[in-house]
Design a protein around this ligand. Structure first.
Ligand SMILES: [Zn+2]
Ligand SMILES: [Zn+2]
Length: 254
């Protein structure tokens, strides 16, 4: 099942009422998703496949961030994204995965690049022929890492899939295995849940101390995994206080 940007926008609006502690995050995310939708429609209309073409959307993105985002992101942009050459550099560094050698390795650089690369990568993935049962911890289309797991009830054993943090491709992955280090011993893979959040859980690994959250669609069929993941930031804080690091941060760097 595919969750398009309209689903994500609607879900962010709805969840802002349900999780008051995450309202600010969700409002910002919703405005970003509205922006990404316009980029996505524009890319489809052209159609454009050169990543450098994304530079043209930077002014609109900077505007969305200055109106809705945290001030650190705006001040980062004032210094590091004030020319189209710098914007292109950050985009390319993030796209080519050369994060360590570039300002895009900072949280803010990653954020700006990904806000644009996500609709672009998702557009490319929509035209690709993807092997969704690859059973690897990385995205079978773009090699990105998963931002969240998705649990569905299918037949006797509920299935897990992983959702790519970059191109939003979903692919099947075994349920009892750590996507970070491959640990398969159930005793080393604790699952944590919070009373107030029945449909999102923390799948942790005591071997490599990472975690991935999973959204259980059998418990909330209205969930839109990428949005419900953002809304339940309380679980991230809990996991990190208990010594686990997130396998892959979401768009907002959490
Ligand atoms: Zn991907
Ligand atoms: Zn592990």
């Amino acid at each position: 099942m595919k969750y398009d940007l309209d689903h994500r926008i609607a879900r962010a609006t709805a969840l802002a009422e349900v999780y008051p502690a995450a309202r600010e995050i969700l409002t910002f995310y919703r405005e970003l998703a509205v922006f990404q939708k316009s980029v996505s429609e524009d890319l489809r209309a052209r159609p454009e496949t050169d990543v450098r073409a994304l530079v043209r959307y930077f002014p609109a993105l900077l505007d969305v961030v200055s109106r809705n985002g945290p001030p650190q992101l705006t001040s980062f942009a004032g210094v590091n994204l004030d020319t189209s050459a710098k914007q292109e550099e950050i985009l390319l560094a993030c796209w080519e995965g050369d994060a360590a050698a570039d300002p895009a390795s900072s949280g803010a650089g990653r954020f700006y690049a990904r806000a644009l690369l996500q609709p672009y990568a998702e557009y490319l993935a929509s035209r690709g022929n993807i092997q969704r049962d690859a059973a690897e911890p990385r995205c079978p289309f773009c090699n990105g890492l998963p931002v969240v797991g998705v649990l569905r009830g299918e037949g006797d054993g509920a299935k897990r899939s992983l959702l790519c943090s970059l191109c939003a491709t979903e692919w099947l992955y075994r349920r009892v295995i750590c996507p970070s280090c491959g640990e398969e011993n159930k005793d080393k893979l604790p699952v944590f849940m919070a009373d107030q959040i029945a449909h999102v859980r923390v799948d942790a690994c005591d071997t490599c101390q990472t975690y991935v959250k999973s959204v259980d669609l059998t418990k909330d069929g209205h969930a839109v995994p990428v949005v419900d993941e953002l809304a339940t930031v309380a679980l991230n804080i809990w996991a990190e206080e208990h010594g686990y690091s997130k396998f892959e941060p979401n768009l907002l760097g959490m």
